[in-house]
Design a protein around this ligand. Structure first.
Ligand code: ADP
Ligand code: ASP
Ligand code: MG
Length: 406
């Protein structure tokens, strides 16, 4: 008898018929004698509309209250999924994140899982029930409701699979698996049979929202092999696992485009020790994730000054501007310019470690497309460039064709 964790994303539980389909799939596994833990997301669009409601009232709502609000999305789905299983005669019980023993730190809207005490989950499984757990949410040791960052139901599934020592972890979504690029943007994208944790982590962090990046980080840390597959058909999906030697033969595994980034430039920042530390400490304290950072050489006459640009997640832009504004009198920069019209285009592959000329080919392809490069960052297995948002998709298709052939 196997213990299987299955996670169903928003589209897969998007209406009551889809929820019935999920119940039918779960029932099929259950009939084989397996123990099943189901993790569900909010029905598609629900989390977004809850955020919109709050922002109609004020632009920067209190984050504790946002967690109380957003957790209701998944709470609706767990109950409906349990009801759907009951309707076909399968014993099932729903649990909120807190009831499932998911304990997090207190960083509201981006909480990290500290530990999981799955006693109730085990008890219910031992009673022969399918256990349905609300994704994306947990509770602090003090009993505060928290959420795990957008897309966080993936993390709930992977973390539960680790805590329960599950035999299988399946992530059901609305695509057949992980593709060489988002198939909604690049029609020629191909499904991958397997991908390494590191490649998946880079792709996820760089905008491929098929998996939440933190969930991949967690899977790598705890060695949780998982499969991304479709809830709409029976096709085999993509296995995400430790890197194997043969994976290095492929130079570029995938291409991603992150449209969810914003850029802030501080103009005329005094070029002296401690300034960057002050700025990024303040952003860090406000739990703003900063990604690329570029500092120009000093310019102007008199006291040396420079321009400093960085990127952060779009939803954090207002908060970041507020933090930086608060530093203006202390630091004395001249101006702050914020833009949301950027896209981060990236190529990822463990093969880059052992192949040369990859960056040149990327830049040449962008030049041919007439796409200007605003910022560049590289690691051992990825190259990212910031481009004009309006040209992002065109550039992505060209890059995919250049490296992956269609
Ligand atoms: P879920 O609601 O099931 O969590 P998401 O919408 O979060 O699903 O993620 C699935 C979506 O991710 C797909 O519909 C697809 O458009 C997008 N996506 C982006 N990059 C990729 C990729 N490389 N491979 C597959 N899907 C991708
Ligand atoms: N409902 C949450 C979101 O939309 C979590 C998830 O779907 O994984 O981000
Ligand atoms: Mg998702």
């Amino acid at each position: 008898m196997a213990l299987i964790v299955q996670k169903y994303g928003g589209t897969s539980v998007g209406n009551t018929q889809r929820i019935r389909n999920v119940a039918a799939r779960v029932a099929k596994y259950r009939a084989q004698g397996d123990k099943i833990v189901v993790v569900v997301s909010a029905m598609s669009g629900v989390t977004d509309s809850l955020i919109k409601l709050a922002k109609e009232i004020m632009p920067l709502p209190n984050e504790r209250e946002m967690d109380v609000l957003l957790a209701t999305g998944e709470q609706t789905t767990i109950a409906l999924t349990a009801i759907a299983l009951h309707s076909i005669g399968v014993a099932a019980a729903s649990l909120t994140g807190a009831q499932a023993g998911i304990v997090t730190d207190g960083v509201h809207t981006k909480a990290r899982i500290q530990n999981i005490t799955p006693k109730t989950v085990h008890d219910l499984l031992n009673q022969g029930k399918v256990v349905i757990v609300a994704g994306f949410q947990g509770e602090t040791p003090e009993g505060q409701i928290t959420t795990l960052g957008r897309g966080g139901s993936d993390l709930t599934a992977v973390a539960l699979a680790a805590a329960l020592k599950a035999d299988l972890c399946q992530i059901y979504t609305d695509v057949d698996g992980v593709y060489t690029a988002d198939p909604r943007i690049v029609p020629g994208a191909r499904k991958l049979d397997e991908i390494s944790y590191d490649e998946m982590l880079e792709l996820a962090s760089l905008g491929a929202k098929v998996m939440q990046s933190r969930s991949v980080e967690f899977a790598k840390k705890f060695g949780v092999v998982f499969e991304v597959r479709s809830s709409l058909n029976e096709n085999p999906g993509t296995l995400v696992k430790e890197e194997t030697k043969s994976m290095e033969d492929v130079v570029v595994r995938g291409v991603s485009l992150d449209k969810n980034q914003a850029k802030i430039t501080l103009v005329g920042v005094p070029d002296k020790p401690g300034v960057a530390a002050r700025i990024f400490k303040a952003l860090g304290d406000a739990t703003i994730n900063v990604d690329m950072i570029v500092q120009n050489i000093s310019h102007g006459s008199g006291a040396p000054a420079t321009d400093l640009s960085f990127t952060a997640d779009k939803p954090d832009l207002l908060k970041a501007q507020k933090v930086i504004d608060g530093l203006k009198s202390e630091i004395g920069f001249r101006d702050i310019i914020a833009t949301e019209n950027i896209g981060k285009l990236s190529i990822v592959g463990v093969g880059m470690k052992s192949h040369t000329g990859v960056a040149a080919k990327l830049f040449e392809t962008l030049a041919r497309e007439g796409v200007n490069i605003d910022m560049i960052s590289t690691s051992e297995i990825k190259i990212s460039v910031i481009v004009d948002l309006a040209k992002g998709e065109q550039a992505m298709k060209a890059i995919h064709a250049a490296f992956l052939g269609s």
